[in-house]
Design a protein around this ligand. Structure first.
Ligand SMILES: [Zn+2]
Length: 76
């Protein structure tokens, strides 16, 4: 399974894989997941936080690009 929000998928810190499986057959309170590729443990919460951080980075990049674009317009 993949953990994604919008078009951003969470990836394993260890190997970069994007496929995870639940650590327990039934969903545990902590929502623990293991990387399908390397077996590293993580939690659904950690992956959602990672996606949130990615989203902020994307937003900051967009703001930087907008600022540069505006700066170039002023020079003309
Ligand atoms: Zn991994």
């Amino acid at each position: 399974m993949r953990v994604c929000v919008g078009h951003i998928s969470a990836h394993c810190d260890n190997c970069g894989g994007q496929d995870f499986q639940p650590l327990h057959a039934e969903s545990s309170p902590a929502h623990e997941l293991v990387c399908f590729t390397c077996g590293a443990r993580t939690t659904r919460r950690a992956l959602l936080m990672q996606i949130a951080n990615e989203t902020v980075k994307h937003a900051e990049t967009f703001i930087e690009i907008s600022k540069k674009a505006r700066g170039q317009l002023r020079k003309r």
